[in-house]
Ligand binder design. Structure first.
Ligand SMILES: [Zn+2]
Length: 364
């Protein structure tokens, strides 16, 4: 027997254990990515350190899952708590790797590995999006490129036998995923892209350097202005600037322009503005370009069928979660929701159960 035959002769569930352990280890690395990528920090150096005492974590205390359980979720040096999220991500990634091996391992170990790596990226994207409302380009654009490579070398991803067919599948999937998502983004912007706020008559709204002081909350400008076209509009009873006043006029503020009645001003030159009004219109973002790029990466791995399934299923999951959250009074209609996790969840469902669900839908 040669080397690879001997490897293949090992029992199937020996490899199950290997996949779970590999997944848990990858999960440990994902924890680093989840913490550092959105902060623009390097994911290779410095080595892991405790967030409380800053002490470097020795490798024997950095074993996935086991260390956390052994140390009961505390730092070995200072006793500070280590978040449950760390062990959760390690366990989840281990379980997903195990699932890939059990479902695809017999058919093609290479396919199992590619799916496992793709799911690892989905885990990182999900946890980052929930916390920071972004999905880093390293995952979305990097994932699209990785999808092409993997499709070329493992064309079974797209049900093809040759590298050309695989690359074609990735190209169509990425174009469809990115294209449809971009169309949805523009349409959503057009339909729901504005939030109208009703205020008590005579309310005072203060525009400062950093954001807008509403009677009940503070809205930072960076949450309002995403693109050059984004604009705050209001009908003012009265407008007060440092050196002048206006009465009964329309105010329109974008990142680089302030229109008050007939006057055009440079917002940089207006340190503050006080407005008396009873209604206000803010631009609102349901989805971002990050979701478009994310869907492109998903398409590169899963092809056009996976894209259609992911788009439809994510909308259903998102609607279900949204209604549940509103019923539980955990959220208001107008609040911002990251959409990436729904895409990730739907793509995961497609990988493990997509064929079965589509057959069920089509009644076959
Ligand atoms: Zn510590």
């Amino acid at each position: 027997m040669n080397y690879s035959e001997r490897l293949a002769a090992l029992p199937f569930h020996f490899w199950s254990v290997v996949f779970f352990a590999l997944g848990a280890t990858v999960g440990s690395f994902l924890n680093v990515c989840i913490h550092r990528l959105p902060r623009g920090e390097s994911i290779v150096s410095p080595p892991s350190h405790c967030p409380h005492c800053g002490g470097r974590i020795p490798w024997r205390h950095n074993l996935p899952i086991l260390s956390w359980l052994w140390l009961r979720g505390r730092c070995a040096m200072c006793g500070g708590p280590i978040a449950v999220r760390y062990v959760l991500v390690e366990f989840l990634t281990g379980a997903l790797f195990l699932g890939c091996w059990i479902v695809f391992g017999r058919e093609s170990p290479a396919l199992a590995l590619v799916y496992a790596a793709f799911l690892a990226a989905l885990v990182a994207a999900t946890f980052i999006d929930v916390e920071h409302y972004i999905i880093p380009d390293e995952i979305t654009l990097g994932g699209t490129v990785a999808g092409f490579f993997c499709s070329f070398f493992v064309p079974a991803l797209h049900g093809s036998n040759g590298p050309v067919g695989g690359a074609q599948g990735a190209l169509i999937g990425a174009a469809l995923g990115g294209g449809v998502m971009y169309a949805i983004l523009r349409l959503g912007k057009w339909l729901f892209g504005r939030e109208r706020l009703r205020l008590e008559p005579g309310s005072v709204v203060f525009f400062g350097e950093e954001g807008i002081e509403l009677p009940d909350r503070f809205v930072p400008y960076e949450e309002v202005f995403y693109r050059p076209g984004d604009e705050i509009r209001l009908e003012a009873e009265r407008v007060e600037l440092a050196d002048r006043c206006y009465a009964r006029c329309t105010v329109r503020l974008s990142r680089d322009r302030l229109l008050i009645g007939p006057d055009t001003l440079d917002p940089e030159q207006v340190p503050f503005m006080e407005v008396v009004t009873d209604r206000l219109q803010l631009p609102r973002e349901a989805m971002g370009l990050g979701d478009v790029k994310f869907m492109m990466a998903i398409g590169a791995f899963l092809g056009w069928r996976g894209v259609l399934f992911t788009l439809m299923t994510s909308a259903m999951i998102g609607a279900a979660f949204g209604v549940a959250a509103i019923l539980a009074r955990r959220r208001e209609w107008s609040s911002r929701i990251p959409y990436g996790p729904y895409l990730a969840l739907a793509a995961t469902v497609w990988i493990f159960a997509g064929d079965a669900i589509v057959r069920f839908w089509l009644g076959r």
